[in-house]
Design a protein around this ligand. Structure first.
Ligand SMILES: Cc1ncc(C[n+]2csc(CCOP(=O)(O)OP(=O)(O)O)c2C)c(N)n1
Ligand SMILES: [Mg+2]
Length: 577
Protein backbone atom coordinates (compact mmCIF):
# COMPACT_ATOMS: atom_id res chain seq x y z
CA UNK A 1 0.00 0.00 0.00
CA UNK A 2 1.28 3.45 -0.89
CA UNK A 3 2.50 5.56 2.00
CA UNK A 4 -0.06 8.16 3.03
CA UNK A 5 0.37 11.63 4.49
CA UNK A 6 -1.02 10.23 7.77
CA UNK A 7 1.72 7.54 7.78
CA UNK A 8 4.32 10.24 7.35
CA UNK A 9 2.83 12.10 10.29
CA UNK A 10 3.24 9.19 12.71
CA UNK A 11 6.69 8.26 11.40
CA UNK A 12 7.92 11.79 12.04
CA UNK A 13 6.24 12.06 15.44
CA UNK A 14 7.68 8.72 16.47
CA UNK A 15 11.18 9.76 15.35
CA UNK A 16 10.80 12.90 17.48
CA UNK A 17 10.17 10.77 20.57
CA UNK A 18 6.36 10.84 20.76
CA UNK A 19 5.14 7.77 22.62
CA UNK A 20 1.46 8.58 23.06
CA UNK A 21 -1.43 10.39 21.46
CA UNK A 22 -4.39 11.27 23.72
CA UNK A 23 -7.77 12.12 22.26
CA UNK A 24 -10.98 11.06 20.59
CA UNK A 25 -11.29 9.76 17.03
CA UNK A 26 -13.87 10.63 14.37
CA UNK A 27 -14.51 11.83 10.80
CA UNK A 28 -11.46 13.74 9.57
CA UNK A 29 -9.22 11.84 11.96
CA UNK A 30 -10.28 8.36 10.83
CA UNK A 31 -7.49 8.01 8.24
CA UNK A 32 -5.04 9.51 10.75
CA UNK A 33 -5.94 6.98 13.43
CA UNK A 34 -5.91 4.16 10.91
CA UNK A 35 -2.32 5.11 10.11
CA UNK A 36 -1.49 5.17 13.84
CA UNK A 37 -2.85 1.64 14.09
CA UNK A 38 -0.69 0.54 11.15
CA UNK A 39 2.37 2.28 12.56
CA UNK A 40 2.06 0.50 15.89
CA UNK A 41 4.74 2.52 17.70
CA UNK A 42 2.63 5.32 19.11
CA UNK A 43 0.05 4.35 21.72
CA UNK A 44 -3.44 5.80 21.26
CA UNK A 45 -4.99 6.76 24.59
CA UNK A 46 -8.71 7.10 24.21
CA UNK A 47 -10.13 9.55 26.74
CA UNK A 48 -13.75 10.60 27.23
CA UNK A 49 -13.04 14.29 26.84
CA UNK A 50 -10.28 15.77 24.66
CA UNK A 51 -9.47 18.37 27.30
CA UNK A 52 -8.69 15.60 29.78
CA UNK A 53 -6.31 14.13 27.19
CA UNK A 54 -4.41 17.38 26.84
CA UNK A 55 -3.93 17.81 30.60
CA UNK A 56 -2.59 14.25 30.71
CA UNK A 57 -0.24 14.99 27.82
CA UNK A 58 0.97 18.19 29.48
CA UNK A 59 2.13 16.34 32.59
CA UNK A 60 3.68 13.53 30.57
CA UNK A 61 5.65 16.01 28.48
CA UNK A 62 6.60 18.23 31.41
CA UNK A 63 8.13 15.34 33.34
CA UNK A 64 9.65 13.31 30.51
CA UNK A 65 10.86 16.31 28.53
CA UNK A 66 9.54 14.58 25.39
CA UNK A 67 6.89 15.79 22.95
CA UNK A 68 3.44 14.25 23.30
CA UNK A 69 0.60 14.23 20.74
CA UNK A 70 -3.09 14.93 21.30
CA UNK A 71 -5.94 14.85 18.84
CA UNK A 72 -9.49 16.05 18.40
CA UNK A 73 -11.64 16.05 15.37
CA UNK A 74 -13.22 18.75 13.27
CA UNK A 75 -14.93 21.60 15.07
CA UNK A 76 -16.31 20.51 18.45
CA UNK A 77 -13.61 17.93 19.18
CA UNK A 78 -10.98 20.48 18.32
CA UNK A 79 -12.49 23.16 20.54
CA UNK A 80 -12.33 20.75 23.50
CA UNK A 81 -8.54 20.77 23.15
CA UNK A 82 -8.24 24.48 23.69
CA UNK A 83 -8.10 24.89 27.47
CA UNK A 84 -5.49 22.15 27.73
CA UNK A 85 -3.40 23.76 25.01
CA UNK A 86 -3.47 27.06 26.89
CA UNK A 87 -2.20 25.12 29.89
CA UNK A 88 0.58 23.60 27.75
CA UNK A 89 1.54 27.09 26.60
CA UNK A 90 1.69 28.49 30.11
CA UNK A 91 3.31 25.47 31.79
CA UNK A 92 5.83 25.00 28.98
CA UNK A 93 4.91 21.51 27.72
CA UNK A 94 5.80 20.25 24.23
CA UNK A 95 2.43 19.23 22.83
CA UNK A 96 1.61 18.60 19.19
CA UNK A 97 -2.14 18.77 18.57
CA UNK A 98 -3.52 17.03 15.53
CA UNK A 99 -6.72 18.84 14.71
CA UNK A 100 -9.10 17.15 12.28
CA UNK A 101 -10.17 19.57 9.58
CA UNK A 102 -13.06 19.54 7.09
CA UNK A 103 -12.41 18.13 3.63
CA UNK A 104 -10.16 20.43 1.65
CA UNK A 105 -12.84 21.07 -0.97
CA UNK A 106 -15.10 22.49 1.77
CA UNK A 107 -12.67 24.98 3.32
CA UNK A 108 -14.21 28.45 3.73
CA UNK A 109 -17.74 27.30 2.80
CA UNK A 110 -19.19 27.33 6.33
CA UNK A 111 -19.34 23.52 6.17
CA UNK A 112 -20.60 21.43 9.08
CA UNK A 113 -17.99 21.48 11.89
CA UNK A 114 -15.76 23.86 9.99
CA UNK A 115 -13.42 25.96 12.12
CA UNK A 116 -10.68 28.32 11.05
CA UNK A 117 -7.65 26.86 12.86
CA UNK A 118 -5.53 30.00 12.53
CA UNK A 119 -8.10 32.18 14.28
CA UNK A 120 -9.14 29.57 16.77
CA UNK A 121 -5.72 28.53 18.05
CA UNK A 122 -4.17 31.96 17.86
CA UNK A 123 -3.96 32.54 21.63
CA UNK A 124 -2.72 29.08 22.52
CA UNK A 125 -0.43 27.73 19.84
CA UNK A 126 3.18 28.66 19.09
CA UNK A 127 2.60 27.50 15.53
CA UNK A 128 -0.43 26.46 13.47
CA UNK A 129 0.03 24.65 10.15
CA UNK A 130 -2.92 23.66 7.95
CA UNK A 131 -2.10 20.81 5.57
CA UNK A 132 -4.22 21.10 2.43
CA UNK A 133 -1.70 19.58 0.02
CA UNK A 134 0.54 16.51 0.54
CA UNK A 135 3.56 18.47 -0.66
CA UNK A 136 3.34 20.71 2.42
CA UNK A 137 3.17 17.84 4.88
CA UNK A 138 6.86 17.26 5.66
CA UNK A 139 7.65 20.93 6.23
CA UNK A 140 4.54 21.59 8.33
CA UNK A 141 4.99 18.49 10.50
CA UNK A 142 8.69 19.24 10.93
CA UNK A 143 7.98 22.83 12.02
CA UNK A 144 5.23 21.75 14.42
CA UNK A 145 7.54 19.21 16.06
CA UNK A 146 10.69 21.32 16.34
CA UNK A 147 8.80 24.39 17.56
CA UNK A 148 6.99 22.37 20.24
CA UNK A 149 10.23 20.79 21.42
CA UNK A 150 12.60 23.75 21.31
CA UNK A 151 10.19 26.48 22.41
CA UNK A 152 8.42 24.11 24.84
CA UNK A 153 4.79 24.81 24.05
CA UNK A 154 1.85 23.60 21.99
CA UNK A 155 1.73 23.54 18.20
CA UNK A 156 -1.13 22.52 15.94
CA UNK A 157 -1.28 20.49 12.75
CA UNK A 158 -4.67 21.01 11.17
CA UNK A 159 -5.25 18.14 8.78
CA UNK A 160 -8.07 17.58 6.29
CA UNK A 161 -9.20 13.95 6.20
CA UNK A 162 -8.87 13.71 2.41
CA UNK A 163 -5.31 15.07 2.51
CA UNK A 164 -4.37 12.71 5.36
CA UNK A 165 -5.51 9.82 3.16
CA UNK A 166 -3.59 11.07 0.10
CA UNK A 167 -0.33 9.54 -1.03
CA UNK A 168 2.74 11.07 0.62
CA UNK A 169 5.56 12.45 -1.52
CA UNK A 170 8.74 10.34 -1.61
CA UNK A 171 11.90 11.46 0.13
CA UNK A 172 13.68 11.67 3.46
CA UNK A 173 11.49 12.25 6.47
CA UNK A 174 13.86 12.35 9.41
CA UNK A 175 13.35 14.97 12.10
CA UNK A 176 16.55 16.49 13.48
CA UNK A 177 16.02 17.77 17.01
CA UNK A 178 18.89 19.61 18.68
CA UNK A 179 19.61 19.14 22.38
CA UNK A 180 18.67 22.05 24.61
CA UNK A 181 21.11 24.87 23.77
CA UNK A 182 23.30 26.37 26.47
CA UNK A 183 22.48 30.02 26.88
CA UNK A 184 24.73 32.34 28.82
CA UNK A 185 24.92 36.16 29.10
CA UNK A 186 27.70 38.28 27.62
CA UNK A 187 30.88 38.51 29.75
CA UNK A 188 30.34 42.24 30.31
CA UNK A 189 26.93 41.54 31.87
CA UNK A 190 28.39 38.75 34.01
CA UNK A 191 31.02 41.20 35.29
CA UNK A 192 28.29 43.72 36.15
CA UNK A 193 26.37 41.03 38.01
CA UNK A 194 29.46 39.94 39.94
CA UNK A 195 30.11 43.58 40.95
CA UNK A 196 26.53 44.04 42.15
CA UNK A 197 26.70 40.87 44.26
CA UNK A 198 30.15 41.65 45.66
CA UNK A 199 29.12 45.20 46.59
CA UNK A 200 25.83 44.22 48.26
CA UNK A 201 25.88 43.67 52.00
CA UNK A 202 22.87 41.34 51.85
CA UNK A 203 21.61 39.25 48.95
CA UNK A 204 18.35 37.29 48.60
CA UNK A 205 17.49 34.76 45.93
CA UNK A 206 14.07 34.01 44.49
CA UNK A 207 13.95 31.11 42.03
CA UNK A 208 11.42 29.47 39.75
CA UNK A 209 11.04 26.77 37.16
CA UNK A 210 14.27 27.92 35.49
CA UNK A 211 16.21 26.46 38.45
CA UNK A 212 15.14 22.93 37.42
CA UNK A 213 18.65 22.03 36.24
CA UNK A 214 20.53 24.65 38.21
CA UNK A 215 19.69 23.67 41.78
CA UNK A 216 23.28 22.84 42.75
CA UNK A 217 24.66 26.06 41.31
CA UNK A 218 21.98 28.15 43.05
CA UNK A 219 22.63 26.49 46.40
CA UNK A 220 26.38 26.99 45.99
CA UNK A 221 25.79 30.67 45.28
CA UNK A 222 23.48 30.93 48.31
CA UNK A 223 26.11 29.38 50.55
CA UNK A 224 28.80 31.70 49.20
CA UNK A 225 26.84 34.92 49.74
CA UNK A 226 24.73 33.70 52.70
CA UNK A 227 21.50 34.34 50.86
CA UNK A 228 18.04 33.17 51.89
CA UNK A 229 16.43 31.26 49.01
CA UNK A 230 12.71 31.72 48.31
CA UNK A 231 10.83 30.17 45.43
CA UNK A 232 7.72 30.35 43.34
CA UNK A 233 5.22 27.46 43.25
CA UNK A 234 7.00 26.10 40.18
CA UNK A 235 10.38 26.52 41.86
CA UNK A 236 9.32 24.69 45.06
CA UNK A 237 10.13 21.20 43.85
CA UNK A 238 13.62 22.19 42.73
CA UNK A 239 14.66 24.48 45.59
CA UNK A 240 12.80 23.47 48.74
CA UNK A 241 14.15 20.06 49.64
CA UNK A 242 17.44 19.53 51.47
CA UNK A 243 18.17 23.22 51.26
CA UNK A 244 19.48 24.87 54.46
CA UNK A 245 18.87 28.32 52.91
CA UNK A 246 15.21 27.74 52.00
CA UNK A 247 12.74 30.32 53.30
CA UNK A 248 9.56 29.14 51.57
CA UNK A 249 7.17 30.78 49.14
CA UNK A 250 5.64 34.23 48.96
CA UNK A 251 2.47 35.47 47.26
CA UNK A 252 -1.09 34.59 48.20
CA UNK A 253 -0.23 30.96 48.90
CA UNK A 254 2.98 31.91 50.61
CA UNK A 255 4.55 30.92 53.87
CA UNK A 256 7.88 31.39 55.57
CA UNK A 257 10.44 34.16 55.57
CA UNK A 258 10.69 34.88 51.85
CA UNK A 259 8.53 37.98 51.67
CA UNK A 260 10.62 39.81 54.24
CA UNK A 261 13.91 38.43 52.92
CA UNK A 262 13.38 39.58 49.35
CA UNK A 263 11.98 42.93 50.48
CA UNK A 264 14.70 43.52 53.03
CA UNK A 265 17.84 42.61 51.07
CA UNK A 266 20.21 45.06 49.35
CA UNK A 267 20.08 42.94 46.22
CA UNK A 268 17.50 40.45 44.94
CA UNK A 269 18.37 37.85 42.34
CA UNK A 270 15.34 36.60 40.40
CA UNK A 271 16.44 33.32 38.88
CA UNK A 272 14.38 31.65 36.17
CA UNK A 273 11.08 32.95 37.45
CA UNK A 274 8.19 34.86 35.92
CA UNK A 275 6.46 35.17 39.30
CA UNK A 276 3.33 37.16 38.36
CA UNK A 277 2.37 38.80 41.66
CA UNK A 278 4.31 42.06 41.35
CA UNK A 279 2.84 43.45 44.57
CA UNK A 280 4.92 40.94 46.54
CA UNK A 281 8.19 42.01 44.90
CA UNK A 282 10.23 44.86 46.36
CA UNK A 283 10.22 48.44 45.11
CA UNK A 284 13.29 50.47 44.19
CA UNK A 285 14.77 50.23 47.71
CA UNK A 286 16.09 46.83 46.69
CA UNK A 287 18.35 46.42 43.63
CA UNK A 288 16.99 43.70 41.34
CA UNK A 289 18.62 41.41 38.83
CA UNK A 290 16.73 38.90 36.72
CA UNK A 291 18.16 35.96 34.76
CA UNK A 292 15.94 34.05 32.34
CA UNK A 293 16.23 32.18 29.06
CA UNK A 294 13.12 33.99 27.84
CA UNK A 295 13.77 37.70 27.23
CA UNK A 296 10.02 38.39 27.45
CA UNK A 297 10.17 37.56 31.15
CA UNK A 298 12.78 40.20 31.88
CA UNK A 299 11.48 43.25 33.73
CA UNK A 300 7.82 42.64 33.06
CA UNK A 301 6.86 42.03 36.68
CA UNK A 302 9.16 44.61 38.27
CA UNK A 303 11.70 47.19 37.04
CA UNK A 304 15.24 45.81 37.01
CA UNK A 305 18.72 47.13 37.62
CA UNK A 306 20.23 44.40 35.47
CA UNK A 307 18.59 41.94 33.05
CA UNK A 308 20.44 38.88 31.76
CA UNK A 309 19.42 36.36 29.13
CA UNK A 310 20.75 32.95 30.08
CA UNK A 311 19.84 29.67 31.68
CA UNK A 312 20.28 29.63 35.41
CA UNK A 313 22.64 26.68 35.53
CA UNK A 314 25.12 27.94 32.92
CA UNK A 315 24.94 31.55 34.10
CA UNK A 316 25.42 30.88 37.79
CA UNK A 317 28.19 28.35 37.06
CA UNK A 318 30.05 31.02 35.07
CA UNK A 319 29.40 33.58 37.79
CA UNK A 320 30.54 31.61 40.82
CA UNK A 321 34.34 32.03 40.34
CA UNK A 322 33.84 35.82 40.27
CA UNK A 323 31.98 35.97 43.60
CA UNK A 324 33.74 36.79 46.85
CA UNK A 325 32.54 34.77 49.82
CA UNK A 326 30.54 36.72 52.41
CA UNK A 327 30.95 35.89 56.10
CA UNK A 328 28.11 37.72 57.78
CA UNK A 329 25.27 35.24 58.30
CA UNK A 330 22.98 37.49 60.33
CA UNK A 331 20.61 38.38 57.48
CA UNK A 332 20.25 34.73 56.51
CA UNK A 333 19.79 33.61 60.14
CA UNK A 334 17.11 36.21 60.75
CA UNK A 335 15.00 35.02 57.82
CA UNK A 336 15.57 31.35 58.54
CA UNK A 337 14.37 31.99 62.10
CA UNK A 338 11.27 33.68 60.75
CA UNK A 339 10.68 30.70 58.47
CA UNK A 340 10.89 28.33 61.44
CA UNK A 341 8.34 30.42 63.34
CA UNK A 342 6.03 30.21 60.38
CA UNK A 343 6.46 26.45 60.16
CA UNK A 344 5.29 26.18 63.76
CA UNK A 345 2.26 28.26 62.91
CA UNK A 346 1.44 26.03 59.96
CA UNK A 347 1.69 22.92 62.05
CA UNK A 348 -1.08 24.08 64.40
CA UNK A 349 -3.95 22.42 62.54
CA UNK A 350 -1.78 19.48 61.64
CA UNK A 351 -1.03 18.76 65.29
CA UNK A 352 -4.60 19.42 66.38
CA UNK A 353 -5.99 17.64 63.31
CA UNK A 354 -6.74 14.24 64.85
CA UNK A 355 -9.29 15.84 67.20
CA UNK A 356 -11.12 18.11 64.75
CA UNK A 357 -14.20 17.14 62.74
CA UNK A 358 -14.87 17.92 59.87
CA UNK A 359 -11.37 16.93 58.87
CA UNK A 360 -8.88 19.78 58.53
CA UNK A 361 -7.35 19.80 55.05
CA UNK A 362 -4.02 20.79 56.61
CA UNK A 363 -4.02 17.56 58.61
CA UNK A 364 -5.10 15.52 55.58
CA UNK A 365 -2.35 16.98 53.37
CA UNK A 366 0.38 16.72 55.99
CA UNK A 367 -0.56 13.10 56.71
CA UNK A 368 -0.50 12.37 52.99
CA UNK A 369 2.93 13.96 52.71
CA UNK A 370 4.23 11.88 55.60
CA UNK A 371 2.85 8.59 54.27
CA UNK A 372 3.65 8.98 50.57
CA UNK A 373 6.78 7.45 49.10
CA UNK A 374 10.01 9.35 48.51
CA UNK A 375 9.45 9.36 44.77
CA UNK A 376 5.73 10.14 44.80
CA UNK A 377 4.32 12.50 42.18
CA UNK A 378 1.73 14.98 43.52
CA UNK A 379 -0.74 16.95 41.47
CA UNK A 380 -3.09 19.64 42.75
CA UNK A 381 -6.27 21.05 41.28
CA UNK A 382 -6.51 24.79 41.04
CA UNK A 383 -8.43 25.70 44.18
CA UNK A 384 -7.62 25.20 47.84
CA UNK A 385 -5.73 22.00 46.92
CA UNK A 386 -2.94 24.32 45.75
CA UNK A 387 -2.73 25.95 49.16
CA UNK A 388 -2.34 22.60 50.89
CA UNK A 389 0.13 21.34 48.30
CA UNK A 390 2.21 24.49 48.65
CA UNK A 391 2.24 24.42 52.43
CA UNK A 392 1.97 20.84 53.57
CA UNK A 393 3.31 18.53 50.87
CA UNK A 394 7.03 18.29 51.41
CA UNK A 395 9.28 18.06 48.38
CA UNK A 396 12.19 15.66 48.09
CA UNK A 397 15.02 14.88 45.69
CA UNK A 398 12.80 12.44 43.80
CA UNK A 399 9.37 13.79 44.61
CA UNK A 400 7.58 15.75 41.94
CA UNK A 401 4.83 18.37 42.20
CA UNK A 402 2.78 19.71 39.36
CA UNK A 403 -0.36 21.65 38.66
CA UNK A 404 -1.82 24.33 36.46
CA UNK A 405 0.38 26.79 38.30
CA UNK A 406 0.70 29.37 35.53
CA UNK A 407 -2.60 28.92 33.64
CA UNK A 408 -4.62 28.15 36.79
CA UNK A 409 -7.32 26.04 35.20
CA UNK A 410 -9.59 23.95 37.37
CA UNK A 411 -9.73 20.16 36.98
CA UNK A 412 -6.12 19.61 35.96
CA UNK A 413 -4.89 17.33 38.75
CA UNK A 414 -6.37 13.95 37.84
CA UNK A 415 -5.65 14.09 34.12
CA UNK A 416 -2.16 15.38 34.92
CA UNK A 417 -1.71 12.41 37.25
CA UNK A 418 -2.98 10.01 34.61
CA UNK A 419 -0.41 11.23 32.05
CA UNK A 420 2.37 10.95 34.62
CA UNK A 421 1.21 7.45 35.60
CA UNK A 422 1.31 6.29 31.98
CA UNK A 423 4.83 7.68 31.64
CA UNK A 424 6.00 6.17 34.95
CA UNK A 425 3.81 3.12 35.54
CA UNK A 426 3.54 1.97 39.12
CA UNK A 427 5.13 5.10 40.59
CA UNK A 428 2.97 6.57 43.32
CA UNK A 429 0.77 9.20 41.68
CA UNK A 430 -1.51 11.32 43.82
CA UNK A 431 -4.07 13.88 42.71
CA UNK A 432 -5.29 16.31 45.35
CA UNK A 433 -8.62 17.35 43.83
CA UNK A 434 -11.31 19.86 44.53
CA UNK A 435 -14.85 18.48 44.45
CA UNK A 436 -15.58 21.14 41.81
CA UNK A 437 -12.55 20.03 39.83
CA UNK A 438 -13.27 16.32 40.22
CA UNK A 439 -16.82 16.66 38.91
CA UNK A 440 -15.75 19.04 36.13
CA UNK A 441 -13.44 16.62 34.33
CA UNK A 442 -12.04 13.71 36.34
CA UNK A 443 -15.32 11.93 37.04
CA UNK A 444 -16.18 11.48 33.38
CA UNK A 445 -12.86 9.80 32.67
CA UNK A 446 -12.73 7.61 35.78
CA UNK A 447 -13.81 4.63 33.61
CA UNK A 448 -10.73 5.29 31.42
CA UNK A 449 -8.51 4.83 34.46
CA UNK A 450 -10.45 1.76 35.58
CA UNK A 451 -10.15 0.21 32.13
CA UNK A 452 -6.39 0.80 32.10
CA UNK A 453 -5.94 -0.07 35.78
CA UNK A 454 -4.12 3.26 36.06
CA UNK A 455 -2.86 3.68 39.61
CA UNK A 456 -4.00 7.21 40.32
CA UNK A 457 -4.83 8.02 43.93
CA UNK A 458 -7.58 10.65 43.99
CA UNK A 459 -7.91 12.56 47.26
CA UNK A 460 -11.04 14.67 46.94
CA UNK A 461 -11.35 17.67 49.21
CA UNK A 462 -15.11 17.33 49.57
CA UNK A 463 -16.13 20.74 50.89
CA UNK A 464 -19.31 21.09 48.82
CA UNK A 465 -18.14 24.44 47.54
CA UNK A 466 -15.89 26.28 45.16
CA UNK A 467 -14.02 27.15 48.28
CA UNK A 468 -11.16 29.05 46.71
CA UNK A 469 -13.62 31.42 45.05
CA UNK A 470 -15.57 31.69 48.28
CA UNK A 471 -12.39 32.90 49.95
CA UNK A 472 -11.71 35.26 47.03
CA UNK A 473 -15.21 36.72 47.27
CA UNK A 474 -14.87 37.28 50.97
CA UNK A 475 -11.44 38.79 50.66
CA UNK A 476 -12.83 41.26 48.14
CA UNK A 477 -15.66 42.14 50.48
CA UNK A 478 -18.42 40.27 48.60
CA UNK A 479 -21.02 38.01 50.11
CA UNK A 480 -20.28 34.43 48.99
CA UNK A 481 -22.60 33.61 46.11
CA UNK A 482 -22.81 30.86 43.51
CA UNK A 483 -20.22 28.80 45.29
CA UNK A 484 -22.14 26.11 47.19
CA UNK A 485 -23.40 22.78 45.85
CA UNK A 486 -24.33 19.28 46.97
CA UNK A 487 -22.28 16.19 46.26
CA UNK A 488 -23.09 12.51 46.05
CA UNK A 489 -21.02 10.06 48.06
CA UNK A 490 -18.02 9.93 45.70
CA UNK A 491 -16.70 6.70 47.20
CA UNK A 492 -19.91 4.94 46.23
CA UNK A 493 -19.90 6.53 42.78
CA UNK A 494 -16.32 5.37 42.31
CA UNK A 495 -17.19 1.84 43.38
CA UNK A 496 -20.08 1.80 40.92
CA UNK A 497 -17.62 2.73 38.19
CA UNK A 498 -15.25 -0.09 39.12
CA UNK A 499 -12.68 1.95 41.06
CA UNK A 500 -11.84 1.53 44.71
CA UNK A 501 -13.76 4.04 46.82
CA UNK A 502 -13.00 5.11 50.37
CA UNK A 503 -15.30 7.50 52.23
CA UNK A 504 -13.42 9.50 54.86
CA UNK A 505 -15.39 11.50 57.40
CA UNK A 506 -13.67 10.87 60.69
CA UNK A 507 -10.28 12.41 61.53
CA UNK A 508 -9.38 9.22 63.40
CA UNK A 509 -9.45 7.36 60.08
CA UNK A 510 -7.24 9.69 58.07
CA UNK A 511 -4.03 7.69 58.47
CA UNK A 512 -5.64 4.34 57.79
CA UNK A 513 -7.58 5.59 54.78
CA UNK A 514 -4.53 7.15 53.17
CA UNK A 515 -2.39 4.11 53.93
CA UNK A 516 -5.00 1.88 52.34
CA UNK A 517 -5.34 4.13 49.29
CA UNK A 518 -1.59 4.34 48.72
CA UNK A 519 -1.23 0.58 49.01
CA UNK A 520 -3.93 -0.18 46.43
CA UNK A 521 -2.33 -1.60 43.33
CA UNK A 522 -5.24 -2.61 41.18
CA UNK A 523 -6.20 0.66 39.52
CA UNK A 524 -7.59 4.04 40.53
CA UNK A 525 -8.70 4.74 44.07
CA UNK A 526 -10.96 7.58 45.14
CA UNK A 527 -10.72 8.88 48.70
CA UNK A 528 -13.78 11.03 49.30
CA UNK A 529 -12.57 13.18 52.20
CA UNK A 530 -15.23 15.33 53.82
CA UNK A 531 -13.20 18.35 54.88
CA UNK A 532 -13.87 21.54 56.77
CA UNK A 533 -15.13 24.11 54.24
CA UNK A 534 -14.16 26.88 56.63
CA UNK A 535 -10.54 25.89 56.88
CA UNK A 536 -9.27 29.23 55.67
CA UNK A 537 -12.35 31.36 55.67
CA UNK A 538 -12.91 32.79 59.08
CA UNK A 539 -14.93 35.76 57.82
CA UNK A 540 -17.78 33.44 56.83
CA UNK A 541 -18.49 33.11 60.53
CA UNK A 542 -18.32 36.81 61.33
CA UNK A 543 -21.43 39.03 61.25
CA UNK A 544 -21.81 40.53 57.81
CA UNK A 545 -21.11 44.18 58.60
CA UNK A 546 -17.91 43.16 60.38
CA UNK A 547 -17.02 40.70 57.64
CA UNK A 548 -16.80 43.27 54.86
CA UNK A 549 -14.28 45.51 56.52
CA UNK A 550 -12.53 42.63 58.12
CA UNK A 551 -12.01 40.63 54.98
CA UNK A 552 -10.83 43.65 53.06
CA UNK A 553 -8.37 44.30 55.81
CA UNK A 554 -7.25 40.66 55.72
CA UNK A 555 -6.67 40.87 51.99
CA UNK A 556 -4.63 44.02 52.38
CA UNK A 557 -2.55 42.41 55.08
CA UNK A 558 -1.96 39.40 52.86
CA UNK A 559 -0.99 41.64 49.99
CA UNK A 560 1.32 43.48 52.34
CA UNK A 561 3.12 40.24 53.03
CA UNK A 562 1.68 39.86 56.50
CA UNK A 563 0.28 36.45 55.82
CA UNK A 564 1.75 35.22 59.06
CA UNK A 565 -0.23 37.81 61.04
CA UNK A 566 -3.39 36.94 59.16
CA UNK A 567 -2.91 33.29 59.94
CA UNK A 568 -2.21 34.10 63.58
CA UNK A 569 -5.47 36.04 63.71
CA UNK A 570 -7.33 33.16 62.18
CA UNK A 571 -5.68 30.67 64.48
CA UNK A 572 -7.03 32.61 67.41
CA UNK A 573 -10.51 33.14 66.07
CA UNK A 574 -11.52 30.47 63.68
CA UNK A 575 -13.01 28.23 66.35
CA UNK A 576 -14.32 31.03 68.55
CA UNK A 577 -16.90 32.72 66.36
C1 LIG B 1 -12.00 26.12 34.22
C2 LIG B 1 -12.04 27.11 35.35
N1 LIG B 1 -13.24 27.62 35.77
C3 LIG B 1 -13.27 28.49 36.80
C4 LIG B 1 -12.13 28.87 37.45
C5 LIG B 1 -12.18 29.83 38.64
N2 LIG B 1 -11.88 29.06 39.86
C6 LIG B 1 -10.65 28.95 40.39
S1 LIG B 1 -10.58 27.97 41.73
C7 LIG B 1 -12.22 27.65 41.64
C8 LIG B 1 -12.90 26.78 42.67
C9 LIG B 1 -12.46 25.38 42.64
O1 LIG B 1 -13.36 24.63 43.41
P1 LIG B 1 -13.03 23.17 43.86
O2 LIG B 1 -12.48 22.40 42.72
O3 LIG B 1 -14.19 22.61 44.55
O4 LIG B 1 -11.81 23.39 44.87
P2 LIG B 1 -11.85 24.06 46.35
O5 LIG B 1 -11.32 25.44 46.20
O6 LIG B 1 -13.27 24.03 46.85
O7 LIG B 1 -10.95 23.21 47.17
C10 LIG B 1 -12.82 28.32 40.56
C11 LIG B 1 -14.25 28.28 40.22
C12 LIG B 1 -10.91 28.34 36.95
N3 LIG B 1 -9.73 28.66 37.51
N4 LIG B 1 -10.90 27.44 35.95
MG1 LIG C 1 -14.58 22.43 46.60
Amino acid sequence: MARKVADLLWEMLQKAGVKRCYGIVGDALNPVIDALRRNGNVEFVHVRNEEYGVFAAVAESYFTGKPVAVCGTAGPGVTHLFNGLMDARKEGASIIAIAGDVESKLIDTAALEELNPYKFFDAAALYVGRIVNPEQARAVINTAITTAVIDRGPTVISLCGDVAASEAPDGMHTVAIPAKPVLRPADTDLEKLADLINEAKTVAIFGGEGCRDGRNEVLTLASKVKAPVGYSFRGKQWLEHDNPYATGMTGLLGYGGTYRAINGADLLLLLGTDFPFSEFLPDSKVKKVQIDTNPKHLGRRTPLDLALVGDVQATVAALLPKIREKNDTSFLEKHLAHTREFDELLSHYVDKGPGIKPIRPEYLAATLSALASDDAMFFADTGTACIWLARHIKGGANRRLFGSFSWASMANAVPNAFGAQLAYPGRQTIALCGDGGFTMLALGDLPTLVQRKARVVHIILNNESLDFVKIEQQEAGFIPFGVDFKNPNFARVAEAMGAKGIRLEDPDNVKDAITEALAYKDGPVVVDAVVDPYALSLPAHVPLHTAMGYTLSLAKQVLGGRLDDVIKTMERNVRLV
